[in-house]
Design a protein. Sequence first.
Length: 128
Amino acid sequence: MHLILTGSTGLVGSAVLDAVLKMKDISKISILSRRAVKMAEEAKDPRVTVIIHNDFTKYDAAVLKQLEGADGCVWALGIAQEQVSRESVVIVHTSFLLSFYVHQLLPSYRVPYIMCSELTDRLTDIMQ
């Protein structure tokens, strides 16, 4: 199973990464991150590929190629609401995910999602 993971440097995402590293049925872990992922580096696990990606509103062909064939996505990218404006929270928790979802509309890229956010119910309504 090929899994895409975002937010792996944060609280929830790092816990997810720790768990999936222990799962032998996960054959490939593609991590989308804005920076290096210490836990991934320390694990030295050949199943893990960290894809440094700075603009979560756009996905070029090279990034999509690395995600091709994924069986699922855990979207744990987020930001603490007390640290930034409400507008920033909406951008990170909704716009970034919706952009990813739109880029996944090609049938060969369509994968199931698990989203880790308090805005999950609202996004589920939008995506259906």
